[in-house]
Design a protein around this ligand. Structure first.
Ligand code: URP
Ligand code: ZN
Ligand code: ZN
Ligand code: ZN
Length: 488
């Protein structure tokens, strides 16, 4: 294929604007966006008449090649990204997990894992313990390694979880570095108690998973993280918002003027927990993720919160384990590796659920699947836009075609699919990554090693303004000078 590409006659959609135009690409960069671009015959021409030309999806939340719960995710940086490209996602941000608590060792390890990448990617970093070395390494990550966000786990007691004391230290560090704090919000101590209860009741199957960690534990941890971030006066990003309880805490804080970003994930928007009661273990276990997929009604409420802006962008938490790995928990739901697929399905599910249903506009679709993520992580408009000068990460979506999701046809290495059988209106017919057509006519043309690491710089603009806590402190400096009472 040529390094010169013209996409003709489609509706170009950005988060702010849409218009009928052509898009001309050279050497991986969008050169111009305007009607009726004329080119020579050395240029590959794609006809997009009647279709949408949009920025490729950016998935803010994935776990590729992650060691977790005694095993490693079945999708690595190549297979997970190939699946992403087949579904219209052209970039993702993966969570580096420290090695024995070391951030720098984690960074080196993930840099190696990501060498086989076939699309662009960035990193967040998980922080799972606290000491001087971790604090220093956070600074190295932000200043030298292109990481501007850190994830803290209030769940997974005994492995990834940190306590409030450490969370406060970490928030302070994020604030001073201009990095964004992200939180997995479930009360890990209460989850352990809930799990104990289930085992005592003899409930050992996958249904014990949602029963042991109800929405109230997500609501509590979300509220706590929000209040502590507000106390430190640093912005907060709540990952995988799965319940009304958590969403309402975010809405409340935003109303009070606090900078809180809420990320629902594909599974939480479209699925409900009924399948966890399926008598077939493999079927039920594939839905086990944390926080759990909730009862019917939570997903609808999260969709509504996306359409009103309480939640700003959609991730997947793509974290795949095959049936053999899920079977580690055949006798005890606590040992089922947590995680579901979604990197390939997100763009289609969100289109059908949100746009086709009339809940949001096409420009909003671009915002919640791509542009907002690029803005939050400071890579806009290089990513997340169809503008002259942007990277040529582009999809062509046909709103009149459709897809049926199945493990039989998906590109992930896992052998099940939590969206099995869903028929989604709208189809990503072409994916262009870095100026190359990588998905066309239901065929992938991916090259390991062609993906680039996208460095993300700190974003101090989020930290302007003064919090109520800081205002109270400043006014306390002007407190009256107190004298001892007159002794006479
Ligand atoms: O179940 C999940 N979500 N697995 C991935 C790890 C995490 O908490 O994001
Ligand atoms: Zn325009
Ligand atoms: Zn998490
Ligand atoms: Zn995750």
């Amino acid at each position: 294929s040529s390094s010169k590409l013209l996409i003709k006659g489609g509706t170009v959609v950005n988060a702010h604007h849409q218009e009928i135009a052509d898009v001309y690409v050279e050497d991986g960069i969008i050169v111009s966006v305007q009607p009726n671009i004329m080119v020579g015959d050395d240029v590959t021409v794609l006809d997009a008449t009647g279709k949408y030309i949009m920025p490729g999806g950016i998935d803010p939340h994935t776990h590729l090649a992650m060691e977790f719960m005694g095993t490693e995710t079945i999708d690595d940086f190549f297979s997970g990204q190939a699946a992403a490209l087949a579904g219209g996602t052209t970039m993702h941000i993966d969570f580096v997990i420290p090695v024995n608590g070391s951030l720098t060792a984690g960074y080196e390890s993930y840099t190696q894992k990501a060498k086989k990448s076939c699309m662009d990617y960035g990193f967040h970093m998980a922080v799972t313990k606290w000491d001087e070395v971790v604090a220093r390494d956070m600074e190295i990550m932000v200043k030298d390694k292109g990481i501007n966000s850190f994830k803290f786990f209030l769940a997974y007691k005994g492995s990834l979880m940190i306590n409030d004391e450490l969370l406060l230290e970490a928030f302070k560090k994020c604030k001073s570095l201009g990095a964004l704090a992200m939180v997995h919000a479930e009360n890990g101590d209460a989850v352990a108690e809930g799990q104990k209860r289930m085992i005592e009741l003899g409930i050992t199957g996958p249904e014990g998973h949602p029963l042991s960690r109800p929405p109230v534990l997500e609501g509590e941890a979300t509220a706590r993280a929000i209040r502590l971030a507000g106390f430190i006066n640093t912005p907060l990003y709540i990952v995988h918002v799965m319940s009304i309880d958590a969403m309402e805490e975010i809405a409340k804080a935003q109303k009070l003027g606090q900078k809180v970003i809420g990320e629902p994930v594909t599974s939480g928007l479209v699925l409900d927990d009924s399948k966890l009661w399926d008598p077939d273990f493999t079927t039920a276990a594939k839905y086990v993720m944390s926080p759990p997929i909730r009862k019917l009604g939570h997903g609808k409420a999260l969709q509504a919160a996306l359409s009103t802006g309480v939640l700003q962008l959609v991730g997947t938490d793509h974290c795949t384990f095959n049936s053999t790995q899920k079977a580690f928990g055949i006798d005890d739901f606590r040992k089922i590796p947590n995680g579901v697929n979604g990197i390939e399905e997100r763009m289609h599910v969100v289109w059908d659920l949100m746009v086709e249903s009339g809940q949001i506009s096409v420009t909003d679709y671009v915002r919640i699947t791509s542009a907002e993520c690029a803005r939050i992580f400071n890579i806009y408009p290089r990513k997340g836009a169809i503008l002259a000068g942007s990277d040529a990460d582009i999809i062509i979506l046909n709103p009149n075609s459709s897809v049926e999701i199945s493990a039989k046809s998906h590109h992930s290495r896992t052998d099940t699919n939590v969206y099995e059988g869903l028929k989604m209106k709208g189809k990503v017919e072409v994916t262009i990554a870095g100026g190359r057509v990588v998905w066309e006519n239901d065929e992938l043309k991916v090259i390991p090693g062609s993906g680039r690491y996208i460095k993300m710089s700190p974003f101090n603009y989020l930290f302007s303004g003064i919090s109520k806590a800081d205002a109270a402190y400043l006014s306390s400096l002007k407190a009256p000078v107190r004298r001892f009472r007159d002794q006479s």
